[in-house]
Write a protein that binds this ligand. Structure first.
Ligand code: GLN
Length: 311
């Protein structure tokens, strides 16, 4: 490693503060459009428990699609491999909110990390529950993972998503026509929009991702969240599908499992080594954080943490 982690993380935050090409902040809902593109945060939690932060690491932001990791983990725990009857695990090569493949693939989304897949996962989480209960369960789950009861869902964001989520409604209705959504679409969509509206800081997100670095165990409580085998598989799907049609590029540049969101957050995992969260709201053409990706690329160059680097 070149320098101590504290220095590396501080250097990266300084470099990102000076960057001029910052991407474009999501503007499809007002609460996201209002966030400054000057923001940048990074938090690294090592397997030892040591935490390193810099920049806006304690400022909560809308985690959006990063939440798909937590919904997916919960659903796998609930229904196990039966989940794969309703969702695939191949990269889509198309945009996060694309509908095209659903027609030829009979309403089975390519993977749980595109919108269609996450809406099916929300439908699974509903089970026999009311949306309110399923949303409460997700919030409790994430708070438990992060060891932080102060994490909240931003109702303004959830409401704005509901008002403008016509594409997501179309995806849900279309999958319902194929029998792959089992409830009236408002129900899984309500769960999905609230899950996307979780507000978390980089520190909270990196803490919540610890089970993915620790073979499915929450290192704080010693509790098994999900089996080691399933954890390995979640990490695999994050690597191959976590950045939509930019997943190949992310694997090439960063070489870690990662999940992005349109709020500009990315959760990345180096198994056995570190859980990392970065946040910068400006997005690249694929809807992934421009500087978040660059920051992770530099972190991996300086630490050698890519899963493709020799240990
Ligand atoms: N709430 C957003 C949507 O459904 C999440 C998309 C994302 O983060 N890529 O469009």
């Amino acid at each position: 490693m070149n320098g101590t982690l504290d220095t590396i993380v501080a250097d990266i935050a300084r470099e990102m503060a000076e960057a001029t090409d910052r991407g474009k902040v999501a503007d499809y809902i007002a609460p996201l459009a209002a966030v400054s593109d000057k923001r940048f945060g990074i938090a690294v939690v090592e397997a030892s428990g040591a935490v390193h932060v810099a920049g806006d690491a304690d400022v909560p932001f809308s985690i959006q699609s990063v939440s798909k990791v937590f919904g997916f983990t919960l659903a796998l725990g609930m229904v196990g491999d039966a989940l794969w009857k309703r969702v695939g695990r191949e990269p889509s090569g198309s945009a996060f909110n694309s509908i095209v493949q659903l027609e030829t693939e009979q309403g089975i989304p390519r993977n749980p990390f595109i919108n269609a897949g996450a809406i099916v996962v929300s439908d699974i989480l509903l089970g026999r529950h009311e949306p309110r209960e399923a949303i409460g369960e997700i919030l409790r789950f994430v708070r438990g993972l992060a060891g932080d009861e102060s994490i909240l869902i931003d109702e303004k964001v959830a409401h704005a998503e509901e008002q403008t989520g016509f594409r997501n409604m179309a995806l849900a209705q279309y999958m319902r026509a194929f029998g792959n959504i089992h409830h009236a679409v408002e129900r899984p969509l309500g769960v999905y929009f609230h899950q996307c509206a979780l507000a978390m800081s980089c520190r909270q997100l990196a803490m919540a991702g610890r089970y993915l670095m620790c073979g499915g165990v929450n290192p704080e409580t010693g509790r098994t969240i999900i089996s080691k085998q399933r954890t390995r598989r979640i990490n695999a799907v994050m690597m191959t599908c976590g950045h939509y049609d930019g997943s190949g590029e992310f694997a090439y540049r960063v070489g870690l499992s990662g999940k992005s969101g349109v709020g500009g957050g990315i959760l990345a995992v180096a198994p056995g080594v570190a859980s990392i969260a970065v946040w910068s709201p400006g997005l690249n053409a694929r809807g992934n954080s421009q500087l978040g990706t660059l920051a992770l690329e530099r972190l991996v160059q300086r630490t050698g943490w890519s899963v493709f680097d020799p240990a």
